[in-house]
Ligand binder design. Structure first.
Ligand SMILES: [Zn+2]
Length: 112
């Protein structure tokens, strides 16, 4: 079964390496959308992030040759093309006391 691999030491090491190499190569713009990428600050829409070229779900590996650097926004919108199996939050269902229906004939007769 496939689990999230983006937290493994291998991935993190290779992701950092890919970003260093991309920066050293002079990859300043996101190859997908062309935005100027920020290598220094994370969690921004234009932050440089490592991405699996071939997604894990399709058998892609964490190897450095399967990693490219794109901006965070592209990385997030791509999402392997698959919906992440996020944990579903379950809300407790409120128990609603059903109002007792008025018995037929309980209504006053309409004025004559
Ligand atoms: Zn982009």
């Amino acid at each position: 079964m496939s689990t999230s691999r983006t937290g493994t030491a291998t991935w993190l090491r290779h992701a950092a390496q890919a970003k260093r190499e991309a920066q050293a190569r002079g990859l300043a713009r996101c190859p997908l959308c062309g935005v100027w990428m920020d290598y220094e600050v994370g969690k921004r829409p234009n932050s440089a992030e490592a991405d699996h070229i071939r997604p894990h779900s399709l058998g892609g590996s964490d190897d450095i040759d399967n990693i490219r650097v794109i901006c965070r926004r592209c990385n997030q919108s791509r999402g392997n093309g698959l919906k992440r199996p996020g944990r579903q939050r379950q809300r407790p269902i409120k128990r609603i006391e059903l109002a007792k229906p008025a018995r037929s004939g309980a209504f006053p007769a309409p004025p004559a």
